[in-house]
Design a protein around this ligand. Structure first.
Ligand SMILES: NC(=O)c1ccc[n+]([C@@H]2O[C@H](COP(=O)([O-])OP(=O)(O)OC[C@H]3O[C@@H](n4cnc5c(N)ncnc54)[C@H](O)[C@@H]3O)[C@@H](O)[C@H]2O)c1
Ligand SMILES: O=C(O)[C@H](O)COP(=O)(O)O
Length: 394
C-alpha cells in the first residue's frame, strides 16, 4: 500500500519527486498520514495523527515542531542542516551592505524625484542631495558572528573575503563545524566580549530555552557607538524591549532582521524582511530534497540521518526483514527484545543500537518473519515506545 505524506507547507517539487508516485501519495490533507513534511508551519502536538512515524522539516529551525512530545511518542524529527545556509549567507551580505550604506534611504529619495521631468534638473538636485546618503565601507570593520554552524561559518568566511575582521562565539561548536571554520576567525570567550568589540554583529544560533532572550539589555547596552545588529536566526533570541531601548539610546545604530514585529515596523533605524532568508529556488530545492530523502530512508529502511531528537543510525540492508524499535534508554530492554526473538527461533543477522538522551533506537535484521504475536510481545515490554516491521520478509 502506498505511504501517505502530509505536506503542511508548499514543498519544492524537486523534493517531492524523490518520493515515487507508485509508493507514495502526497497531499495537504490526510487523516492517517505516515509522515509529515513541512517548513515553518506551527505544528501542535495534538494535531499530529497517531499514524505519523516521522516528521521532516525542509529547513534548519525546528522550533515550530513540538520536538519533546515527538520524542515521547517515538517520532523522529528530521531537519535539513546546511541546505539553506548559502541563501541566508547571501542575504546577510545584503544586510551588511544595507547597514553600511544609505541604499534604502537613497532609493526612497530617488522615488521622490518623479515629478521632475528635466534630466539636467534631476541630476543637479540629486547631486546636491547625495551627501545625505553617505555610508562607510565594510573593509577593516569588525564583524561578530554568534553561532558558527552551517550559516555562521559561511558568513564568517564571506566577511573575511570582504576584508572584515571576524570574531566568533559558539560555546557548543561541533568538531565538524570547527574543521569548517577559517583559522582567521578570532574567538571571543564570552558573548559580552564579542558585543563590546564589534561594529556589526550577526546572529546564527537556534532558538532554544537557553537562547530565548539571550541578546538582552546588558549586552545591548554594552555595544560600541554605531553598532549594527543583524538577526537572520530567530526573533525570540533578541529581547524586544531591550532592543528598542538600545536603539532609542543611540549606541545601537541599526537593527536588520528577517522577523518583523509591530513594535519595530516603521522605525528609520530598523530594516525588516519578511522571513525570506531561505526563500531561494536553490535553498527550497536543497531543503526539500534532503528532507524527502531522509523521510524515505526512514520509512523504507528505518535509517536515521539528520534527526534533531533521535541518534543517527544507518544500517546497510542485508535482508528484506527488519525491525525498528524505539525504547527508553535504560538497561535490559535490548536483552528482553532479543529474548523474544530467540524464543520464537528467529535468528538475528545484523543489528545496531544507539541512544541519544532518553531515547534508544535499534535496527534489527532478522532471518525469518516475525509474527504479529511476536511484535505485540515486544511492544508490551516496559519502556518500549514503538516496534515496526519494515519490508517484505517472505
Ligand atoms: N532567516 C531564515 O530564513 C533562516 C534560515 C535558516 C536558518 N535560520 C535560523 O538560523 C539558525 C542557525 O542555522 P544553522 O543552519 O547555522 O544551524 P547549525 O545548527 O548549523 O548552527 C547553529 C550553531 O549555533 C550554535 N549555538 C548554540 N547555542 C549557542 C549559543 N548560546 N551561543 C552561540 N552559539 C550557539 C551551535 O553550537 C551551532 O554551531 C537556525 O536554527 C534557524 O533558527 C533562519
Ligand atoms: O529555519 C529555517 O530553515 C528558516 O527559518 C527557513 O524557514 P522557511 O523554510 O519557512 O523559509
Amino acid at each position: 500500500m502506498a505511504k501517505q505524506i502530509l505536506t503542511l507547507n508548499q514543498i519544492s517539487l524537486k523534493g517531492l519527486e524523490r518520493l515515487p508516485r507508485d509508493c507514495y501519495e502526497i497531499a495537504s490533507e490526510f487523516s492517517q498520514p505516515d509522515a509529515i513534511l513541512l517548513r515553518s508551519h506551527k505544528l501542535k502536538a495534538e494535531d499530529i495523527p497517531e499514524s505519523v512515524l516521522a516528521i521532516g522539516r525542509a529547513g534548519a529551525g525546528t522550533n515550530n515542531i513540538p520536538v519533546a512530545e515527538c520524542s515521547a511518542r517515538g517520532i523522529p524529527v528530521f531537519n535539513s542542516p546546511g541546505a539553506n545556509a548559502n541563501a541566508v549567507k547571501e542575504l546577510v551580505a545584503a544586510g551588511l551592505l544595507l547597514g553600511s550604506r544609505g541604499i534604502i534611504e537613497g532609493i526612497q529619495y530617488v522615488d521622490t524625484l518623479a515629478s521632475i521631468t528635466d534630466k539636467a534638473e534631476m541630476n543637479q538636485v540629486l547631486e546636491a542631495h547625495k551627501k545625505n546618503f553617505k555610508g562607510s565601507e565594510l573593509v577593516g570593520k569588525t564583524l561578530g558572528v554568534v553561532g558558527l554552524g552551517a550559516i555562521g561559518s559561511m558568513v564568517a568566511e564571506m566577511a573575511l573575503t570582504m576584508g572584515m575582521d571576524v570574531v566568533g562565539y559558539d560555546p557548543a561548536l561541533s568538531v565538524e563545524a570547527a574543521w569548517r571554520l577559517s583559522s582567521q576567525v578570532r574567538k571571543a570567550d564570552t558573548l559580552s566580549a564579542l558585543f563590546a568589540r564589534c561594529d556589526y554583529i550577526t546572529l546564527h544560533l537556534p532558538v532554544l530555552d537557553s537562547t530565548r532572550g539571550l541578546i538582552n539589555a546588558e549586552l545591548l547596552s554594552a555595544v560600541r557607538e554605531g553598532t549594527c545588529l543583524l538577526n537572520f536566526a530567530r526573533q525570540e533570541i533578541v529581547d524586544e524591549d531591550a532592543l528598542v531601548e538600545a536603539l532609542n539610546g543611540g549606541n545601537l545604530r541599526k537593527y536588520i532582521a528577517d522577523f518583523p514585529a509591530p513594535a519595530l515596523i516603521g522605525r528609520k533605524d530598523v530594516i525588516l524582511m519578511p522571513h525570506i532568508g531561505a526563500s531561494t529556488d536553490e535553498a527550497e530545492d536543497n531543503c526539500a530534497i534532503m528532507a524527502a530523502d531522509q523521510i524515505r530512508d526512514f520509512l523504507e529502511n528505518g535509517n536515521i540521518c539528520n534527526s534533531v531528537n533521535f541518534p543517527n543510525l544507518v544500517l546497510e540492508r542485508v535482508t528484506g526483514c527488519r525491525l525498528s524499535v524505539t525504547n527508553a534508554n535504560v538497561p535490559r530492554i535490548l536483552g528482553s527484545l532479543l529474548s523474544i526473538l530467540a524464543d520464537d527461533d528467529i535468528n538475528v543477522i545484523d543489528m545496531l543500537n544507539k541512544s541519544r538522551d532518553e531515547i534508544a533506537y535499534n535496527l534489527i535484521d532478522i532471518e525469518s518473519h516475525a509474527s504479529d504475536e511476536v511484535l505485540e510481545r515486544m511492544r508490551a515490554l516496559d519502556g518500549v515506545v514503538n516496534v515496526r516491521l519494515i519490508g517484505d520478509c517472505d
